[in-house]
Design a protein around this ligand. Structure first.
Ligand code: SAM
Length: 213
């Protein structure tokens, strides 16, 4: 794909999410409460490394429900997203709760280089948005992770029909994400399918929380 095609694709993706997040100023599309995976990741972290505060990277933070909740625990959080509208809501949610985020970064995930600076890398339903670059980027995240680092990853899978337009998405086959974490300590892994009223279709997800040995 040419450079200008890539730029166009990024702009189109950002515009789609901006439209969704910006449609109603006072409604958080995915809610203001933390996701189940965020709560599970936090409780596993606290069991595994009691008394330590992780440095958290939330890739594809959306409107900030998980970033803000992690930060409300006193954890240092970097929140990254391609959507300006999502990040505006992330900042508003943080302000409303008097929570400080270390960094709120407007970027394509692909341009945010993996590093060993993070103890908890969290990606809730965002990495499949990287399309054909998804698994290569995930590999780089894994290589960069220091021992003891937790990854909490939820990605769309091919188990159900999914959204009507899957162009540009990388959907994992059931079991593929788990296999990718071979050699890590698997703490929690599941495959699930949910009905999405908005699309009238079933979407499926592979999800895991794993610790680098
Ligand atoms: C389904 S939403 C999930 C948001 C959030 N993680 C949550 O669970 O509430 C997917 C998010 O990923 C972001 N996203 C998708 N592709 C991205 C990319 N290539 N770079 C940065 N953000 C991306 C979207 O803007 C959107 O905020």
């Amino acid at each position: 794909m040419s450079y200008s095609d890539q730029c166009e694709q990024k702009a189109a993706k950002a515009a789609r999410w901006d439209q969704r997040f910006g449609a109603d100023r006072d409604k958080w599309v995915f809610g203001r409460r933390p996701s189940c995976m965020a709560q599970q990741a936090a409780s596993l972290w606290e069991e595994l490394r009691p008394g330590e505060s992780p440095v958290v990277l939330d890739l594809g933070c959306g409107e900030g429900r998980d970033s803000v909740w992690f930060a409300s625990r006193g954890w240092e959080v970097t929140a990254v997203d391609i959507s300006t509208e999502g990040l505006n809501k992330t900042k508003r949610l943080a302000d409303e709760q008097s929570v400080v985020l270390k960094q709120v970064v407007h970027s394509d995930i692909l341009d945010f280089l993996p590093s060993s600076d993070y103890d908890l890398v969290f990606a809730g339903s965002s990495l499949h948005g990287l399309g054909s670059y998804c698994m290569e980027y995930l590999h780089k995240l894994q290589v960069a992770a220091p021992p003891g680092c937790l990854h909490a990853i939820r990605m769309m899978s091919t188990a159900a029909e999914g959204p009507d337009d899957t162009a540009g998405l990388y959907r994992v086959a059931p079991g593929e994400l788990l296999a990718k974490y071979d050699g890590w300590l698997m703490l929690d892994a599941s495959e699930n399918t949910i009905f999405i009223p908005r699309s009238g279709r079933y979407h499926s997800f592979s999800e895991l929380i794993a610790q680098k040995r």
